[in-house]
Write a protein that binds this ligand. Sequence first.
Ligand SMILES: Cc1cc2nc3c(=O)[nH]c(=O)nc-3n(C[C@H](O)[C@H](O)[C@H](O)COP(=O)(O)OP(=O)(O)OC[C@H]3O[C@@H](n4cnc5c(N)ncnc54)[C@H](O)[C@@H]3O)c2cc1C
Length: 451
Amino acid sequence: MAYDFDLFVIGAGSGGVRAARFAAGFGAKVAVAESRYLGGTCVNVGCVPKKLLVYGAHFSDDFEQAAGFGWSLEDAQFDWGQLIANKNREIERLNGIYRNLLVNSGVTLLEGHAKCVGANEVEVDGQRYSAEHILIATGGWPQIPDIPGKELAISSNEAFFLKALPKRVLVVGGGYIAVEFAGIFQGLGAKTSLLYRGDLFLRGFDGGVRTHLKEELEKRGMDLQFNSDIARIDRQDDGSLKATLKDGRELIADCVFYATGRRPMLDNLGLENTGVDLDERGFIRVDDLYQTTAPSILAIGDVIGRVQLTPVALAEGMAVARRLFKPEQYRPVDYQNIPTAVFSQPPIGTVGLTEEQALEQGHKVQIFESRFRPMKLTLTDVQEKTLMKLVVDADTDRVLGCHMVGPDAGEIIQGLGIALKAGATKQQFDETIGVHPTAAEEFVTLRTPSR
Ligand SMILES: Cc1cc2nc3c(=O)[nH]c(=O)nc-3n(C[C@H](O)[C@H](O)[C@H](O)COP(=O)(O)OP(=O)(O)OC[C@H]3O[C@@H](n4cnc5c(N)ncnc54)[C@H](O)[C@@H]3O)c2cc1C
């Protein structure tokens, strides 16, 4: 049977655009449907605008530290409206780049909501298209728990477009998005509290990293409230919000920001017409080749709920395009040793196993650790400490994990990701010459195990 397209991609986000462009480059006839914004979450309401706001928030540190280097500044003023307008302009530029990338690679771009009407058929704005393969790359959506007053709270989607910087913010959640936004609000001058229902935020990260960041955020005056959860939110007469906690305490704020998880975006996607199954968490169930339970339909990215990061969605998109249209170049995605950063202040960079995971997996571990005041701060009154940590297998000498909390952690950890992928040993780390004077050189000069 002749189809309109070889591949029909639903969603022009990180994974969808990558799969579509590569498939078209391999000679396939490809369409992409996008209902909201080109580039998806990452470009519009995720990684990119978030990082721009993190840069913005960092200036308060820079201004504070400048005095130690002889600079005196007039009272610095911050204009939220200006930052958001500039950010919006940059995102529009990126949207245009994504459009050109798709169109120039020969992909048919359909701007509208796509719905599956069969295992090989998709409908966009009343028009039906047939395709040999359908790729669902519809991403995720923020989830706010169903509490009274939830409509008064915002998620990351709205935070990027607030009309004014709130004076008092309650950030709810313990994942990286909550921690990053708490740092953004605090850095820009809002009185910020971070509420998390567990004992300590950033579950899944190395225990030493989590504790170190907690201490650093407290030094900065962030109000961290663990084992705390909001029961209801009410608007007060003066326009402020009152959050009543489950333990009865009341907190007053101008903005309550929830980052308590993301659900797969399946709204009106027509999965009931396809035979695509969901897993027990509600994400699309796929096998190792991203094949759903409907043979002609694949899924990648946040909607499958594996590792919800842009570079992972990109890798999955590329793997699908290669397997379908250039099988000789196919390589499975390697989910081991994915380097990642949390753009908190100070930031975290991490790759490989945490100390806890290494022990759980039965490794006999050696821990190398260093805590020091970054050189840049020695001329200032700032008492922030950097943490660097290596988790090493005592039997094989292989470095299992590298963890850092401190300036440029995300930049530093990328290179260590290559070392871990190559299976580097501690001895090879030791034999690597450092770059002096940097913080990064500490990773190759950690001589004595602390445990
Ligand atoms: C606040 C925030 C910060 C983040 N920061 C980082 C970071 O620093 N680093 C990192 O690696 N990751 C980060 N992420 C995660 C990253 O954004 C996602 O992992 C990534 O965007 C997933 O890509 P995707 O292709 O699966 O989906 P998305 O990028 O979400 O794209 C899905 C697209 O599908 C479209 N769509 C949905 N349904 C339909 C439909 N029925 N018809 C047509 N179109 C549809 C959507 O409009 C969207 O454009 C962040 C996420 C958030 C929310």
